[in-house]
Design a protein around this ligand. Sequence first.
Ligand code: IMP
Length: 444
Amino acid sequence: MEACTQKASAVVGLQWGDEGKGKLVDLLAPQFDAVVRYNGGANAGHSVVVAGERYSLHLVPSGILSPGVFAVVGNGVVVDPERLLEEMKTLSDRGVDVSKLVVSDRAHVVMPYHKEEDALREELLSTSVSEKTESKGVIAAIGTTKRGIGPAYADKVQRATAIRIGDLLRPAILREKLTMICSMKNAIFAALRPDGHTAFDADAVADEMIALGEQLRPMIKDTAYLLDDVRKAGGTILFEGANATMLDVDHGTFPYVTSSNSSALGMGPGTGVPPQCIGRIIGVVKAYSTRVGGGPMPTELFDSVGDEIRVRGREFGTTTGRPRRVGWLDLVQLKYAAMISGATELCITLLDVLSGEDELKLAVAYDMPEGRTDRFVADGYALVDAKPVYETMAGFSQDITGARTFDELPAEAKAYIKRVEEFVGVRVGIVSVGPDREQTIIRD
Ligand code: IMP
């Protein structure tokens, strides 16, 4: 196989999502020929501010805001066609050119019954689990985004009950498949909700999906070949991670995770680009921690400091509007995530939000029932027992949103960044001090 002359780059979250990946992708996208999503679906929420205008993207890669760059929805993404079309329309109405958007024919479709199943399972989990069984390890609810992500990925692995984007273009086969699938789904729903469930009508679902497929037809492609063509022509690729490393189904805080490989490890299977073609991996990390939904978060704050950071950082979900849980930066977790995602460089975001705190805390170890450790515990049940061991650093009070070089930052902010680099062992190459493209410090 020919060598990869132009290595691809990647932007991936190193916490529990919402690290500000969208802004970074948007900033870097003009240097690339294709920006590619490889995992997740409409559970992701990337906010990008361009010239004072805020865009909220869920399924469309953030690269769409850079004219002339392919915005590729890879095979590893689960696509809700209705939401994708809605998002494209909103972007077009605001003058964004969406003609370079391409969707893999092998991406799986989030069907109406997936969304219902997601909501129903969450409801059943939260109502059927007593406090007693929960303490034995039975989870109450994952706190999903209810976008149908888990059930769509479950059907992908199940195979016979899966629908891929390419299937939407084969009406006769799709109709036949949906007859079988809807009868199975209806039986499951009837069992899960014995007090009544509106059955899915296979023909109605097929009509809706065929119509949506027709609208998507021009952008449905074999994106593995498209990306290979880009590379062979000397072009460059930027991967846009969605969700984040700690939500990775294999390496995150299972079972409180999403259903895809949302660390950098998902890039190959989610796009068809081989691993040796991937070079620079920028791990994005907030200057503090946040998490949406259930699951342990060792450094979570329940006091007024947490509330202040939540308000200053506008920590309310882009996808669901839920208030995010807020905590101090957890270096044990960050170092682990940098290891799993193979970060070659870090980008610290929302540093400006910490301005005003007298002191800043960093978790450097955990006290576990077995003793002290500096290793992350990648298990949602065991991590509950982790008590963070903090190091305290001086805070800063200056407004840093106008800083454009590292040297313009207050000494305390520089010391904080240097401590992160030292602990994690990866250089901080980029610092974001505000939502706008311009509010970014690129270090030499
Ligand atoms: P799901 O991906 O909707 O199944 O949700 C599983 C868990 O991942 C929940 O705790 C969600 O809140 C969380 N999650 C999924 N996507 C994101 C994201 O993009 N940002 C933050 N949390 C997310």
